[in-house]
Write a protein that binds this ligand. Structure first.
Ligand SMILES: *Cc1c(COP(=O)(O)O)cnc(C)c1O
Length: 403
């Protein structure tokens, strides 16, 4: 099949959950993608903030090829080394004491929701609170936020804000209240003694690249402590070096009880992780949750390569430097179409006066892949290994596409 035939066949054989442009990618190296015509594109999407080391990173390819030749899958019924090595690294470099692995961001949030409900049900967080007057504790409630995105499975979808994503699938999980992002009073009003968790992205990705304010995250921490609720940071998109810190929460000095990770963790292979404190882990017993594929030796061998590279201070400093340069260049673009430039590290949103779809198509024609975050925000999320020259090329293309 040639490229045209493949693009035709996709419409016939694949459920149409995505609208894809008429491009067929065949290979990639670093920050560059190549299509079936041999045309090259600078990839400022990283497959939605996934390919942190770029395409076909040499050490990553070697680790995956060696592990595939050695052992790919035995299921979670048995021990394997890369699984435990990755867990140890995540724990030793974060607030967390233990890790639960799964296969995607949505699944990481599903685990976070289940863990919070079980923890609340056991009353572990209730010390110091008024004892519940009824013998049957009230059903656990979760607070989520406007603009928040947490995934497409039923539990994760229930805490995802966009009604267009949720409404066709009602009824979803009960007990969810949406408060206003970066508006602490609305979170306070939504919480009570039945609240088991507050789930929030320290920097919203899909919602338009919106960083939380420090007062907001600190206020949520305090509210959770007051009400005996767990604070869940969804760092599926903003975590693991994307903002120039290993974890986005580091910039705020506020630690969660649970943090979810996924997108970049295995450099392009499917993985998710739910990081928890010992107090949360203590609520979870064998049989409470599980996954057939999770944390197999292949994905975790890949993730060990990603983590070892991204967690190096010099690597993170480079992300900060190139990210600041990208943001500065975008801020100095002279266009009446641009209303704001937001974000940190290599997750930058450019808010425009109208839909960014035409700009995305025009940039693609000129050899730059970018994506949107909502209707009016252009999202730049290049691989973390992007060079200053590549940043210049990308911004020059964007400039040429602006009227
Ligand atoms: C992408 C994303 C998810 C969902 O991850 P999947 O791997 O697509 O299930 C959850 N939370 C955030 C913040 C995301 O950006």
């Amino acid at each position: 099949m040639n490229a045209k035939e493949i693009i035709q066949a996709e419409k016939q054989y694949v459920v149409q959950t995505y609208v894809r442009p008429e491009v067929l990618f065949t290979h990639g190296k670093g920050a560059v993608l190549t299509d079936s015509e041999g045309k090259e594109y600078l990839d400022f999407t990283s497959g939605i903030a996934v390919t942190a080391l770029g395409h076909s990173d040499e050490a990553w390819v070697t680790a995956v090829a060696q592990q595939a030749a050695q052992l790919t899958h035995v299921s979670n019924l048995y021990h394997t080394a890369p699984h435990v090595q990755l867990a140890q690294k995540l724990v030793e470099n974060s607030f967390a004491d233990k890790v639960y692995f799964c296969n995607s961001g949505a699944e990481a949030n599903e685990a976070a929701i289940k863990f919070a409900k079980k923890w609340k049900g056991l009353g572990i967080g209730d010390q110091g609170l008024e004892p519940s007057p009824s013998p049957q504790p009230p059903a656990p409630k979760i607070v989520a936020f406007s603009g928040g995105f947490h995934g497409r499975t039923v539990g994760a979808l229930s805490v995802t804000y966009k009604s267009q994503y949720r409404e066709p699938f009602a009824p979803l999980m009960p007990g969810v209240t949406f408060a206003e992002y970066n508006y602490l009073a609305s979170a306070a009003a939504a919480m009570d003694a039945a609240t088991c968790a507050v789930i929030v992205e320290p920097v919203q990705g899909e919602g338009g690249v919106n960083p939380a304010t420090p007062e907001f995250l600190q206020g949520l921490r305090d509210l959770c402590d007051q009400h005996g609720a767990l604070l869940i940071f969804d760092e599926v998109q903003c975590g693991l070096g994307r903002t120039g810190k290993l974890w986005a929460y580091e910039a705020y000095g506020v630690e969660p009880d649970i943090m979810t990770l996924a997108k970049p963790l295995a450099g392009g292979l499917p993985i998710g992780a739910t990081l928890v404190t010992d107090e949360v882990a203590a609520a979870i017993k064998p049989g409470d949750h599980g996954s057939t594929f999770a944390a197999g030796p292949l994905v975790t061998a890949a993730a060990n390569v990603v983590f070892d590279r991204v967690s190096q201070p010099a690597f993170l400093a480079q992300v900060q430097e190139n990210g600041a340069y990208l943001k500065h260049r975008l801020e100095t673009l002279e266009s009446e179409e641009i209303t704001a430039v937001r974000g940190s590290g290599l997750l930058i949103g450019v808010e425009m006066t109208g839909s960014v779809k035409p700009l995305i198509a025009a940039a693609r024609d000129k050899g730059l892949m970018v994506i949107n975050a909502g209707e009016n925000v252009l999202r730049l999320a290049p691989p973390l290994i992007v060079t200053r020259e590549e940043v210049d090329t990308a911004v020059n293309i964007i400039e040429a596409c602006l009227s």
